[in-house]
Write a protein of this length. Sequence first.
Length: 274
Amino acid sequence: MLCEKFDNPGKVSFTTIPTKRDGDMTEAQALVRFAKQALELGKLQELLSAAGTHALLVVLQGRDASGKDGAIKGVAGAMNPGGTRVAAFKVPTPEERAHDFLWRIHKQTPGKGEVVFFNRSQYEDILVVRVHNLAPEAIWEKRYEDINNFENLLTDNNVIVVKFFLHVSKDEQEKRLLERESNSEKSWKLNPSDWTERSFWDDYSAAYDDVLERCSTPEAPWYVVPADNKWFRNVAMAEVLIETLKPYKAGWKAALEKLGAEQKIALEKIRAGQ
């Protein structure tokens, strides 16, 4: 596999994982590979949608400028937009703050047959809250277990959960932030707080270590994707999603074949005037 998988609780130091890999590919080779992956991913999503027995939730976390929007555009772009949705979680609104921290999250989870990409997620209510001391430790400390229980609830109800951390280096992040300043087509992405957050780099690293240690399960694994090369990031993510969905393929096809046979019988009855 092109990225690191975490599916059991245990000691983690994700900063030891490289932020830049090429998977023995050139960029040109990766683009060809991704084009083939996109076709396969699109077919798998079509089966998921038509069978209507499962849903897919793709969680994207990463530092500012780690490529969450680009990953969604590339990987989700391989799927039928009619069955795909993106939910972005920013600073909670007054209404959201009046409820428990998972209230706004649960409303956006996918229904059966649907694929939803989370641009940031329930983990913001540990990460940002912890790093910036927005709530006492006694509050955010409980949220690891709350999130595990929440994700178990989803998987118990046939939601396939895949969580990606887009792992970008501090130098690459700086390069991308500076590019936003110099490129008029990207200047709309400028946010002064992105630079402020860089001063908390080590604090976020420690917070992410704890998230990976305490919220990695076989049912809802984390994948740390080296994201300095955008083209590698897309190939790695597509690989994970394809390998995650393939075990369901036979079941989905069997369900659809059964449905097709039933529909043919119903059609024959209509034509026979019954």
